[in-house]
Design a protein around this ligand. Structure first.
Ligand SMILES: Nc1nc2c(c(=O)[nH]1)N[C@H]1C(S)=C(S)[C@@H](COP(=O)(O)OP(=O)(O)OC[C@H]3O[C@@H](n4cnc5c(=O)[nH]c(N)nc54)[C@H](O)[C@@H]3O)O[C@H]1N2
Ligand SMILES: Nc1nc2c(c(=O)[nH]1)N[C@H]1C(S)=C(S)[C@@H](COP(=O)(O)OP(=O)(O)OC[C@H]3O[C@@H](n4cnc5c(=O)[nH]c(N)nc54)[C@H](O)[C@@H]3O)O[C@H]1N2
Ligand SMILES: [Mo]
Length: 578
């Protein structure tokens, strides 16, 4: 989600969506772009579909005909990585039709003056040539936006996991700012977060140079604030930025980073161009892996394994995409020596001599520290929230001492209704973002585009879902989707094994022949990895290109070549040991 986060900061001044899920009930158009909501955010998808049943329109932009796309009034299937051209093209048509809310732009934004000249480069004919879409579909999309009183955009990894991921977010914000359809009930740009509590992590500063309370280690005032809260001498927090996951593993591979502590992630399976990860973990002198399961793709690289409790064995607060905080109280006791992650981290800190700062009796005490990190600059305010009051029900921030309501859906609105974005000027910002396309495009050597993603009944690297027999009946095995024309050209039959080779590596997967994907395009879920069999890891194939702003890898577009692998052997579900 790094791309959505960095895009919001540039466009609106602070991370996280400006609106709420409540907006769904009053929107009359949904643009779902780069998101398979039906499979990946099913609860929210059903809520949206209730509104669609009442008459709201649905546009889905996805190169693959997903379960989400099947429900759309209009499905656009652009070439992978061309969304920025499409978004600019839609705004071009809106401006041409006089759909820009000049009064809103004048009062609440800056940078519109430069936009018309920039948008002139994106007439529908050129956008059609770049995206492979029909001119009339691009026009129909713009017409539907023009006709909508209230309009929401949802997006997820189809846009974020792109070398232009941050720019995609900026282009979506441009659309909402230009039409004034933002910060009012039923309208706004709304990125969907992925992992449970991903938003909580963002607010705590776990991305890039983040500090708690939507702060940054690169900002002196933010460092001083945190140092004061923590009782640290000024200058203790380093004003440095990392270079992202991909270069971190490269530095480890080169011996520059010598130790790693891997907590609650399975990077050998989930990081792009994973041969760098395996080389890095082999080279590192000391690797600690803290996981809830003993057997993952990453645990074999550990010098020390720390057993973690899972979420339902520990107390904690989860924050969702709309700033809603929920207490998830422990419902079971952790087995064996397993402990909640916060306790393991605190114990290690105490053993290193930091007892004065890391001696907590409960998760509630940790939370009590966090609520003192509110941030008036971004509107982040949880000062009125405690575990005790969360026991009564969830609370949506901003939630200061003074507030008594649990739902606070309006952000960037002053009590008198005035709009003030989190930028220094209080105005949101238009960014002209030119389309440059993905890092890899098909060529003679690697003529196919590999797209990767998720299935409805499996979760990421399957350490949990892979053990649930009912889920394994629903999504039983790995596959690579291929269009019937391509399958015929390569004499590939159902379940034949096909090798996908990129400039980075190879995977061998059973073929699934379907016209869900376009000719020249392939799709493979990244769920099945080494624990389930050899050569299944899709991230052996993906490349290491990243968005230069958010440092997010481009997981969705890799140029590959195809080969049918001899020997018809259907894939068998390998049982997990241990
Ligand atoms: N069942 C299930 N649900 C999950 C998860 C899970 O593992 N399983 N994981 C959670 C997490 S952490 C996340 S981040 C979310 C991810 O949620 P999503 O992002 O919705 O899921 P993905 O399948 O990764 O990708 C979404 C879509 O992007 C499309 N896409 C690929 N390239 C492009 C492109 O260039 N342009 C456009 N417009 N679309 C493109 C793909 O075809 C795919 O349908 O799901 C969350 N929910
Ligand atoms: N090709 C491709 N690759 C992708 C993506 C893609 O779309 N395509 N999507 C990317 C995205 S958006 C995401 S979010 C990542 C996900 O990548 P990961 O986060 O690496 O995947 P998970 O399987 O969720 O791994 C979580 C690990 O934590 C462990 N675990 C579970 N609960 C707990 C706990 O409470 N404590 C501890 N300590 N451990 C626990 C699990 O057993 C598992 O080993 O994958 C990324 N990789
Ligand atoms: Mo994610």
């Amino acid at each position: 989600m790094a791309s959505a986060g960095s895009g919001y900061k540039l466009s609106l001044g602070a991370d996280a969506p400006p609106g709420s899920y409540n907006d769904i009930e009053t929107a009359d158009l949904f643009l779902v772009i780069g998101s398979n909501m039906a499979d990946c955010h099913p609860i929210l998808f059903l809520r949206m579909m209730d509104r669609v049943k009442q008459g709201a329109k649905l546009i889905v932009v996805d190169p693959r005909r997903t379960a989400t796309a099947e429900k759309a009034h209009l499905h656009l299937a652009p070439k992978s990585g061309t969304d920025l051209a499409l978004l600019n093209g839609i705004l071009h048509l809106i401006a041409e039709a006089g759909g820009v809310d000049e009064a809103f732009a004048e009062a609440h934004t800056e940078g519109w003056a430069g936009m018309p000249a920039f948008l002139a480069d994106y007439p529908p004919e050129r956008v059609a040539a770049i995206t492979g879409l029909k001119v009339e579909d691009i026009r129909a999309t713009a017409d539907m936006v023009l006709a909508a009183s209230e309009f929401m955009t949802f997006w997820t990894m189809g846009l974020n996991q792109s070398v232009q991921g941050t720019f995609n977010t900026n282009a979506i914000c441009n659309l909402h700012l230009a039409t004034g359809q933002i910060c009012r009930p039923g309208s706004g740009p709304f990125s969907l977060t992925g992992q449970p509590n991903a938003m909580g992590g963002r607010e705590m500063g776990y991305m890039g140079p983040g500090l708690p309370g939507q702060r940054s280690a690169l900002v002196e005032g933010d460092r001083l604030f945190c140092e004061e809260r923590w009782g640290l001498a000024p200058g203790t927090i380093r004003a440095e930025e990392g270079t992202g996951t991909i270069t971190m593993f490269e530095a480890m591979k080169a011996g520059e980073i010598r130790a790693a502590w891997v907590i609650c992630t399975n990077p050998v399976a989930s990081v792009a161009n994973r041969k760098t990860v395996t080389a890095a973990l082999e080279r590192a002198e000391f690797v600690v892996v803290q996981d809830a399961y003993a057997e993952t793709e990453t645990t074999p690289y550990a010098d020390i394994l720390l057993p973690a409790a899972v979420s339902f064995e520990a107390d904690g607060v989860m924050v969702n995409s709309e700033r809603n905080m929920a207490l998830t109280a422990a419902a079971a006791t952790a087995p064996g020596e397993a402990l909640p992650d916060w306790q393991i981290i605190a114990k290690v800190a105490c053993a290193m001599g930091y007892e004065h700062a890391f001696t907590y009796k409960s998760a509630a005490e940790v939370f009590d520290e966090i609520r003192h990190f509110s941030n008036p600059a971004t509107g982040y305010d949880i000062s009125g929230v405690t575990h005790e009051c969360l026991r009564q029900g969830s609370i949506q921030w901003p939630a200061s001492e003074a507030r008594t309501t649990a739902r606070n859906p309006a952000r960037y609105r002053k009590p008198d209704g005035r709009l003030k974005f989190a930028t220094e000027s209080g105005r949101a910002r238009f960014w002209p973002r030119a389309h440059n396309g993905p890092a890899e495009v098909p060529d003679e050597d690697y003529p196919f585009i590999l797209n990767t993603g998720r299935l409805q009944h499996q979760w990421h690297t399957m350490t949990k879902t892979g053990r649930v027999s009912r889920l394994n009946k629903l999504n039983p095995s790995p596959f690579a989707e291929i269009h019937p024309d391509d399958a015929a050209a390569f004499k590939i039959d159902k379940n034949d094994r096909i090798s996908l080779t990129s400039r980075h590596g190879e995977a061998v997967l059973p073929a699934l022949i379907t016209d869900r994907v376009s000719p020249g395009a392939l799709f493979a879920p990244f769920h099945w990895n080494d624990v389930f069999g050899d050569q299944l890891a899709v991230n052996a194939v993906t490349g290491d290109a990243v968005d230069p702003v958010s440092l997010q890898p481009e997981f969705k577009v890799t140029a590959v070549r195809l080969r049918r692998v001899e020997g018809r052997r259907s894939w068998k579900h390998r049982r997990r040991r241990g």
